[in-house]
Design a binder for this molecule. Structure first.
Ligand code: BGC
Length: 251
């Protein structure tokens, strides 16, 4: 049987790829703690696969890491293949990202969806650790990401940010970026999020919602005013969830 990075060293390198920044750190897989500084490089523009592969190489070299690498990415990622491009450069569609980054680095890389990665981190080390039943991670940022867990097992690529809400793609109204784009008050945006959460709640009846993304740092502006039947908590790994969850899937 193949020895995983986890078994060899208990450490892995995680990279969180976003629209504005690409961030990396070495992660202690026993605790979820970062064992290095977070190193960040601006996402290149245009954010095409080859240009981003160059940045991945730079991040890994900077951290002097020679083991395997996991990546979190804001798209549907099935077996390492990118299969959607809502908020990323369309040239990513159908790219075998695992192969691209593995070739560029010369070490094995595995990529997963960013909200799935954030959820993995919360379920393993964070606010949802040890929670049984249906846990739904939702990240509110440029888009809305979702990670669905059943007794701690991930159901990948649920993409619930793209549910239809009042005839619109839900994330176009309820993502954090929608508030800024429309210049809405927090109150107005919170009503959209309330409506969205009620919709997800009706469809999945989860036992717990975990909310992440930049806005989760300001719960008094919105989350404290949300009224749903399901328990809802703020993610505890903050900016590190993507990196830590990515490290968890390093091959
Ligand atoms: C993408 C998801 C991603 C989410 C958060 C959505 O637009 O479709 O794959 O998880 O944004 O980045």
């Amino acid at each position: 049987m193949q020895t995983t990075n986890d078994e060899r060293s208990g450490r892995a390198l995680g990279i969180d790829i976003g629209g504005t920044g690409m961030k990396a750190a070495i992660v202690d897989l026993a605790t979820g703690d970062l064992l290095s500084d977070r190193f960040r490089i601006d996402t290149p523009h245009p954010a095409r696969p080859e240009a981003m592969a160059d940045v991945v190489v730079e991040l890994v070299r900077h951290l002097e890491w020679e083991g395997s690498v996991g990546c979190a990415f804001p798209a549907v990622v099935r077996n390492g293949h990118v299969e959607s491009a809502a908020n990323i450069d369309k040239s990513w569609l159908d790219v075998d990202a695992d192969a691209l980054f593995t070739d560029a680095l010369g070490v094995e890389v595995h990529m997963i969806n960013d909200a799935d990665a954030a959820g993995l981190a919360e379920v393993r080390y964070g606010v949802a650790a040890g929670r049984k039943g249906v846990v739904m991670m939702l990240t509110f940022g440029t888009g809305i990401g979702s990670g669905l867990f059943i007794d701690g097992m991930l159901v990948p690529n649920t993409e619930l940010g793209h549910l239809e809400l009042d005839g619109h793609d839900a994330e176009s109204k309820a993502a954090a970026s929608a508030r800024k784009r429309h210049d809405w008050s927090w109150h107005h945006w919170t009503k959209k999020v309330q409506h969205y959460l009620e919709h997800v709640e009706k469809l999945f009846s989860p036992d717990l919602f975990v909310v992440g993304g930049g806005v989760s740092k300001k719960p008094e502006k919105w989350l404290d005013h949300i009224e749903i039947d399901t328990e809802i908590v703020v993610a505890s790994m903050a900016n590190n969830a993507g990196i830590v969850g990515a490290a968890l899937v390093a091959p």
